[in-house]
Design a protein around this ligand. Structure first.
Ligand code: FES
Length: 127
């Protein structure tokens, strides 16, 4: 699920990301086993675009407190990835969707401390 709220969608290119994920699923032979969907917002706009990967279950997964996430499926492999762009799609698909392993490199800490650390990291990487 890819967020498309005004911040990520309009400013950070969620629409092209959506199509790139769909094309990558086809390229990896998963067109009939996985789907790409929209989520209005995950409440993590400063770290977007964000992509939630979870199992598709027959019945609706129970909603957690915020309404922005769902409980893990039967295999328990659910992750919200941050700052996803075209260069990160193949790892999400091959490592998480295909192999069931969370790509921890693409998950940032939450909250004020997380934003501070992420902001510092970005600033440093441009120097
Ligand atoms: S629009 Fe992407 S997390 Fe809010």
């Amino acid at each position: 699920m890819i967020c498309r709220g005004p911040e990520c969608g309009d400013h950070r290119g969620s629409a092209p990301l959506f199509e790139q994920f769909r094309a990558a699923l086809v390229r990896h032979g998963l067109a009939n086993d996985a789907e790409v969907a929209w989520q209005s917002c995950f409440g993590r706009c400063t770290q977007g675009p964000n992509v939630l990967v979870r199992e598709i279950v027959d019945s609706a997964a129970p909603t957690l407190g915020s309404g922005f996430a769902t409980a893990p499926g039967p295999r328990g492999v659910t992750a919200l990835y941050n700052r996803i762009d075209a260069t990160r799609i193949d790892r999400v698909i091959t490592e998480h969707v295909m192999a069931g392993k969370v790509v921890r490199d693409f998950i940032e800490p939450t909250g004020i401390l997380g934003s501070y650390l992420v902001g510092s990291k970005q600033k440093d990487s441009k120097q």
